[in-house]
Design a protein around this ligand. Sequence first.
Ligand SMILES: Cc1cc2nc3c(=O)[nH]c(=O)nc-3n(C[C@H](O)[C@H](O)[C@H](O)COP(=O)(O)OP(=O)(O)OC[C@H]3O[C@@H](n4cnc5c(N)ncnc54)[C@H](O)[C@@H]3O)c2cc1C
Length: 289
Amino acid sequence: METDLLIIGAGAAGLSAAVGAWEAGCRDILIADRRAHLGGVLEQCIHTGFHGDLTGPEYAALLSCSLRDTGVSLQLETEVLSVSQSREAVLSSRKGLERVTFSQMILASGCRERPLGALDITGARPAGVYTAGEAQEMMNLRNEDPGENILILGSGDLGMIVARRCFLRGKRVIAVLEQAETYTGMAKNYHRCMETHAIPLRAGCTVTELHGEGRLRGVTVRELDSGSEEFIPCDTLLLATGLIPEQTLVSHLGNPPWLHLAGNCNRVHDLADSAAAEGRSIGLEIGKK
Ligand SMILES: Cc1cc2nc3c(=O)[nH]c(=O)nc-3n(C[C@H](O)[C@H](O)[C@H](O)COP(=O)(O)OP(=O)(O)OC[C@H]3O[C@@H](n4cnc5c(N)ncnc54)[C@H](O)[C@@H]3O)c2cc1C
């Protein structure tokens, strides 16, 4: 199969890139995404605050609508396995493997969360430790609870939003722990998510050790100034310790002129509107070629 423009990822950035490229005159565009739905991470963000006061799924629906009157081809539940210097991508779906050659490519693959293995936390590896995004997916898409007595490590926007979500599901959020001197997300999220629900922020500390066999039964928390340590009982630890642009697919390619990065795989955007604007502007540029 051949296409003028291959877009990997149908999140805010990929969808907007497709619309931009179409508006600029490109008439042969294929978007591939491994998920079953359009919108990427928006699907699991059921809180309001997108594009004004929409929920994530509402914003995804709005972005998807702009594709409706275009001839952009979509392949969902399709993973892009590799991309080569010869401008060929290998796609995997229920149909099997398919090779797609393209003239231009936009990578809009989003970001991934920093996992437990990347943190300096010793001890056992019991159940009950998740990334914040995993916990968000469990609660918002599968109606499952990550646990009952929950500690959250990291006070960026994701950590604070997930703290509120756990609270609203009736869980005990013991605290949000933060190594910096104060929260690191947006002030509006601190107010809406933490202050409003009296969720404690404990700044200047970190988790150094996990305890428990089978299930987590607590963690060691160290005060970074004094070095003093305390055992805090909990059955769940959620890691909100950073997002990393997902560029694995293209890291071996260098910087060829046909490759363009948009959205969180380029740099992590706090606002979906900003990821969408970047995608749109890259799409408009490429669509003219
Ligand atoms: C918890 C959380 C809360 C947020 N809250 C807000 C908020 O209140 N307001 C706001 O404006 N913004 C918010 N944001 C930010 C905003 O959601 C993101 O910046 C934006 O949606 C990112 O869009 P993206 O297209 O770059 O990435 P994504 O939405 O992650 O899309 C990437 C897509 O690429 C696909 N993909 C990746 N690799 C492959 C592959 N190899 N093959 C096929 N498909 C692939 C993925 O399946 C995914 O669908 C929040 C983000 C998070 C995580």
